[in-house]
Write a protein that binds this ligand. Structure first.
Ligand SMILES: Nc1nc2c(ncn2[C@@H]2O[C@H](COP(=O)(O)OP(=O)(O)OP(=O)(O)O)[C@@H](O)[C@H]2O)c(=O)[nH]1
Ligand SMILES: [Mg+2]
Length: 332
């Protein structure tokens, strides 16, 4: 099928996205994830066409180590919200090494009820090699979900490595899902992750784990109090709470907390400031990735890099001078 020109495509697709047509949304996200230049042009035209519609969802990042209960939580929490008449989209950013191809199947079965709910939209992470690449596209998928009228966009990531930071850069609120654990394991939580969390949600507060969960929650609350106070936090935040995704307890309280935090940030102007800073971040990230692609994607650039590298290795050029020459060449 021949591709329609970007503007014509955007004109045709935009009203369908705005009506919340799931098939149109899924197709547009596929385009966003595509590596082809003509797909890219269509996707960008569509995003550009939708950017002034002024629709805004609450974007919530959710991270946690494998097995902590992210999928179970999203299913229970999502079902609760759709039950209240809200529309919920779920996207994922995964560092590609963290999961095998089985993840889509696994998540669809874990979120079985939610994936059949007409008021929910679930999109697994695309398989790409670079976290940066996946994340940039997920951020655009968030924008599409927003235009499609979702009230809440949940962005899930497995808590390994850098993906939390990247997800936090596209979220209004960031939740860290934790399992009940002994005191020693608390030490293992990286400070940087604690610092970006708005809420630490201790899951599995049920059955035999409930006592441990209570203690873990108190420990995290204590640890959060020791962190530097951030201007974007009202009194009481960041906070640690307990839920059981399996028994569906604590979920409404978690939602109330999220709404309270979001409302406060909006009223205080932190919301707009943060979204503006995020837009700047993604612009710069796009430039960085573009430069990198030019460096590695173009055979002539690779040849030039190899050639200059040889000169450096042989001692006929200084690394700094050769780098300067390379950058000049790229920018020509
Ligand atoms: N007791 C208890 N078990 C839970 C709860 N939530 C999840 N589990 C169990 O924990 C295991 C992992 O749950 P998942 O929801 O698949 O965890 P996940 O974080 O999505 O894991 P990955 O997708 O592998 O990163 C499953 O066996 C769940 O049944 C809970 O609230 N209480
Ligand atoms: Mg999961």
């Amino acid at each position: 099928m021949p591709l329609s020109p970007p503007d014509a495509f955007a004109e045709e697709m935009a009203p369908r996205i705005l009506r919340g047509e799931r098939r149109a949304l899924a197709r547009a996200i596929t385009l966003i994830e595509s590596g082809r230049a003509d797909h890219r042009a269509q996707a960008v035209a569509l995003l550009d066409r939708l950017k002034d519609e002024g629709r805004s969802a609450l974007r919530v990042g959710l991270s946690g180590t494998p097995g902590v209960g992210k999928s179970t939580f999203i299913e229970a929490f999502g079902m609760m919200l759709t039950g209240q008449g809200l529309r919920v989209a779920v996207l994922a950013v995964d560092p590609s090494s963290a999961r095998s191809g089985g993840s889509i199947l696994g998540d669809k079965t874990r979120m079985e009820r939610l994936s059949r709910d007409p008021n929910a939209f679930i999109r697994p992470s695309p398989s790409q090699t670079q976290l940066g690449g996946v994340a940039r596209r997920t951020r655009e998928a968030v924008a599409l979900c927003e235009a499609a009228g979702f009230d809440l966009v949940l962005i899930e990531t497995v808590g390994v490595g850098q993906s939390e930071t990247v997800v936090a850069e596209m979220s209004d609120l960031f939740l860290l899902l934790m399992a009940p654990a002994g005191g020693d394991e608390l030490q293992g939580v990286k400070r940087g992750i604690m610092e970006i969390a708005d809420m630490i949600v201790v899951n599995k507060a049920d059955g035999a784990l409930k006592t441990t969960a209570t203690r873990t929650c108190a420990d995290y609350a204590g640890a959060l109090r020791l962190l530097r106070k951030r201007p974007q936090d009202p009194p009481g935040f960041p906070k640690a709470i307990m839920v059981s995704a399996a028994e569906e307890t604590g979920l409404q309280a978690a939602w109330n907390d999220m709404q309270e935090l979001a409302a406060w940030r909006k009223a205080q102007g932190h919301w707009d400031t943060r979204r503006a800073a995020q837009a700047r971040y993604w612009f710069e990230e796009e430039v960085r990735q573009g430069l990198l692609a030019r460096l590695t994607g173009d055979p002539a650039a690779r040849a030039r890099l190899a050639d200059l590298g040889t000169q450096v290795a042989e001692g006929t050029a200084l690394p700094a001078v050769a780098a300067e020459e390379m950058l000049h060449w790229l920018g020509r």
